[in-house]
Design a protein around this ligand. Structure first.
Ligand code: PEP
Length: 252
């Protein structure tokens, strides 16, 4: 993969069945060519990772998980899944700090940064999700929120950790709501995120992929993806429909 090759990642969340997952993967595989101009990543629920890994063997689609345990080693952590297990399942990426995990499962910046570190220690690329709520945007706090979320990871992992990580800017008010950030709103925050890393290391910042998430669909993907600092998309709802997800992929 060359620097900042667009990455289109599908976050299936808690959706699908064995059968529908197999069908979706098979439709995506027939529609994706390995031209190296863009990359596709699928993040199915845990139980379907093995099925997906099998179906994606020798295919130009990568595999990731939606969550990871913050504990580095195996042990008495009922219900948790370790980085090593994800690696064993064929994952290359893992989403950390998704707003649903922050809001519904109480994941703090500290927890998210521990997960980021554990992921990297197992050779997984974390996709660090950051973004503001509507209330925070309306209060003019977008940059402060994003800075706080990123700074915690810089403090714990160091800025060099961003040389093998992806940042996803996901305004919470745009996730699953049908509302999308305008291309200018996305660009403004993406460029701000790059500047935060650039203050530490300009080279890492210039190579780091920053992808956008929040109701991305075929009809708005092209405009969003054409912005200078938007290097791909993290797609929820629209990633469950092969035709729609492939159209977003083609727009990249
Ligand atoms: C997401 O879950 O990361 C997401 C962006 O969801 P949606 O595309 O459905 O808004």
């Amino acid at each position: 993969m060359t620097a900042r090759t667009p990455l289109i990642a599908g976050n299936w969340k808690m959706n699908g069945s064995t059968e529908s997952s197999q069908q979706l993967i098979s439709s995506l595989c027939s529609g994706v060519s390995n031209d190296g101009d863009r990359n596709m990543l699928l993040c199915p629920p845990y139980p379907y990772l093995h099925i997906a890994a099998e179906a994606l063997k020798n295919k130009a689609i990568m595999l990731g998980a939606q969550n990871i345990a913050m504990e580095p080693d195996s042990g008495a952590f009922t219900g948790e899944v370790s980085g090593l297990m994800l690696k064993n399942c064929g994952c290359q990426y893992v989403i950390v700090g998704h707003s649903e995990r922050r809001a519904l499962y109480g994941e703090t910046d500290e927890v998210v940064s521990s997960k980021f570190i554990v992921a990297q220690a197992q050779g997984l690329q974390p996709i660090l999700c950051v973004g503001e709520t509507l209330e925070e945007r309306e209060a003019g706090q977008t940059q402060n929120v994003v800075r706080r979320q990123i700074q915690k990871v810089i403090d714990s992992a160091g800025s060099t950790a961003f040389s093998s990580a992806v940042v996803a800017y996901e305004p919470v008010w745009a996730i699953g709501t049908g509302l999308t950030a305008t291309p200018d709103q996305a660009q403004e925050t993406h460029s701000f995120i790059r500047s935060l890393i650039s203050e530490q290391d300009a080279t890492i910042a210039s190579l780091m992929q920053i992808i956008y998430g929040g109701s991305m669909k075929s009809e708005n993907a092209k405009e969003l993806l054409s912005m200078e600092d938007v290097d791909g998309g993290l797609v929820g709802g629209a990633s469950l429909n092969a035709e729609e997800f492939l159209a977003i992929f083609q727009a990249a």
